[in-house]
Design a protein around this ligand. Structure first.
Ligand code: ADP
Length: 535
């Protein structure tokens, strides 16, 4: 039940009960007052009648007049015809004879209605009596009660309206209580615990909503900005949402979102995912890239497809596989030579000159093997398998001097210092890089042309006037085991790993390797350091 209805009903009930009570009590008093007035009127009438001449026509109006002697015999009656019974036993007659005045209200057997009797003893000792039908008194009361009833009805209606207004007045502050907002003030003290609790709950809800919103925004941002792709879709492949990562994978930036995953790729993988109601996984080639696709059903959401660009991983795996294959090949060649020459030597059928020649070849191949194993070990160290200290301040001028010193007597190598250059890094690795660059310039030189190591403000350049590198080969010379001229490289003891080692060392120092070469004119290779690496 509504509180307002309860208050209104209680008020109406209270008003109704009090009105009925007041009305009944008023009616009772009205009635007794009317009866008293009637009695007093009848008494006055009797006093007048006492001295009246009954033989003359007297008008008794609604009343009946009786004259009774002290023995109870009816001497005169205004309404009775013929003989009447003795009235001595009547209470009003008895009292009148005894006390001078008597009254009674009873049922009249004669007239068969309720009557009010008022009797008075006359000076002669007789009793005169007036009787009035009670109906007449009730009619008087009723006449008087009509305006009273009307008044009560009007008052009752006013009270009803008042109750309605009071209920509204009590309820208004509760109805207009701002539950969501400000519950600082309370309209009724009794509501204080409730409003306090509301206030607490409100602030809890606000905090919870805030943190939910923050989390939602975080997740939305993470999904949006993730490099990996996410596609939310129905089981039939209808795209519901795709993030920036997915757009980048399928080159959709700036274009409209696709309606179905088949607009992204009509690959057998996507068809099978749709056939399997949004489930499936596999590798998807997109242009040059390889994308790892995993689609899983998500309860109530349809399906979520994750897209990971694994091109780099696949490339690395391929590179590692090729590297291992190359290593075995590179090792097998000198080992075959070594085992062939040593077998010949073992047979004892080799003349002295050949013994020296074969031994020299075995020694050369063994040295190549050693270089190869050194380079491989260094590459694996550079691949991040060993912790490398890059905190030294390396003066590239002095470092160039000491590396060039190593080549003294073997070639014409000079250091040119245009500007001082000290870099943060690892001196052994940087000297290894310079060794490889200078070594190459010597190996691929022409006619003993001079070689220069130039140190300038942000780079070290090794410049030669050798055979040069063709445009086609410029990119590839940095690949592991790639050589332009295999036999020349073999002849000079190259492993095909030198430039890739230089490149890796440079990368470790955040530096770039810049190759400038003209076939038949010469080559210059620079290690260019960024500002951040220069001490
Ligand atoms: P290698 O051990 O064969 O020298 P590198 O990785 O050092 O291996 O070099 C790869 C190839 O690049 C060489 O085989 C050579 O053909 C070419 N090359 C490197 N440096 C020079 C240079 N200064 N002049 C001409 N060709 C060069």
């Amino acid at each position: 039940m509504k509180l307002s209805r309860k208050i209104l009903l209680s008020l109406v009930l209270m008003v109704a009960v009090s009105f009925v009570l007041t009305f009944s009590i008023s009616l009772y008093f009205l009635h007794s007052r009317v009866v008293d007035e009637v009695k007093a009127g009848m008494y006055d009438e009797l006093v007048l009648l006492e001295s009246a001449d009954l033989d003359k026509d007297v008008d008794f109006g609604r009343m009946r007049f009786t004259l009774i002697d002290s023995s109870g015999s009816v001497l005169y009656d205004s309404q009775a015809e013929g003989e009447m019974e003795n009235h001595l036993a009547r209470p009003e007659v008895q009292n009148a004879l005894k006390n001078g005045y008597g009254e009674d209200l009873r049922h009249s057997d004669t007239l068969t209605i309720d009557m009010l009797y008022v009797a008075l003893r006359t000076d002669e000792g007789n009793v005169i009596r007036l009787a009035l039908p009670v109906n007449n008194i009730y009619a008087d009361v009723a006449n008087l009660a009509i305006p009273l009833t009307l008044l009560f009805v009007i008052l009752f209606l006013v009270a009803l309206f008042g109750s309605y207004r009071i209920t509204k007045w009590i309820m208004r502050p509760i109805d207009t209580l701002d539950i969501e907002g400000n519950v600082e003030t309370t309209p009724y003290e009794e509501l204080l615990p409730l409003t306090e609790r509301l206030k607490k709950q409100n602030s809890e809800i606000v905090n919870q909503l805030k943190s939910i919103k923050e989390r939602e925004e975080e997740i939305r941002l993470i999904i949006k900005e993730m490099k990996d792709g996410i596609i939310l879709m129905r089981e039939d492949g209808t795209v519901l949402m795709l993030n920036n990562g997915a757009k980048a994978i399928f080159n959709l930036e700036g274009k409209d979102d696709p309606k179905s995953i088949l607009e992204l790729s009509r690959s057998p993988l996507f068809f099978s995912i749709i056939d399997n109601k949004g489930e499936g996984q596999g590798k998807l080639p997109v242009g040059e890239r390889i994308i790892d696709v995993r689609a899983n059903k998500a309860d109530g959401l349809g399906s979520v497809m994750f897209l990971f660009d694994v091109s780099e991983k696949v490339r690395m795996e391929k590179r590692e596989r090729e590297f291992t294959e190359n290593i075995s090949h590179e090792i097998r060649t000198p080992l075959t030579s070594i085992s062939g020459y040593s077998e010949l030597l073992e047979s004892g059928n080799v003349d002295e000159e050949n013994v020296r020649k074969f031994s020299h070849l075995i020694h050369k191949e063994a040295l190549r093997l050693k270089r190869l194993s050194d380079d491989i070990l260094l590459l694996s160290a550079l691949d991040g398998k060993v912790q490398i200290d890059l905190s030294e301040n390396v003066d590239m001028g002095s470092l160039s001097d000491s590396v060039v010193e190593y080549f003294e007597g073997k070639a014409d190598v000079k250091v040119e210092k245009d500007a001082p250059l000290t870099v943060k890094g690892n001196s052994s690795l940087l000297s290894e890089a310079l060794m490889n660059l200078i070594g190459n310039s010597i190996k691929y030189n022409r006619d003993g042309n001079p070689i220069k190591v130039i140190v300038s403000s942000d780079r070290v350049t090794v410049k030669d006037e050798g055979i040069g590198i063709s445009e086609n080969d410029k990119e590839r010379v940095f690949q592991r085991f790639y050589r332009v001229d295999k036999s020349r490289s073999r002849e000079t003891g190259g492993t095909g790993l030198g430039l890739s080692i230089v490149k890796e060392i440079a990368q470790l120092h955040d530096a770039n390797v810049v190759l400038d070469s003209v076939l038949g004119v010469g080559t210059s290779i620079s290690i260019v350091f960024p500002r951040s690496s220069i001490a």
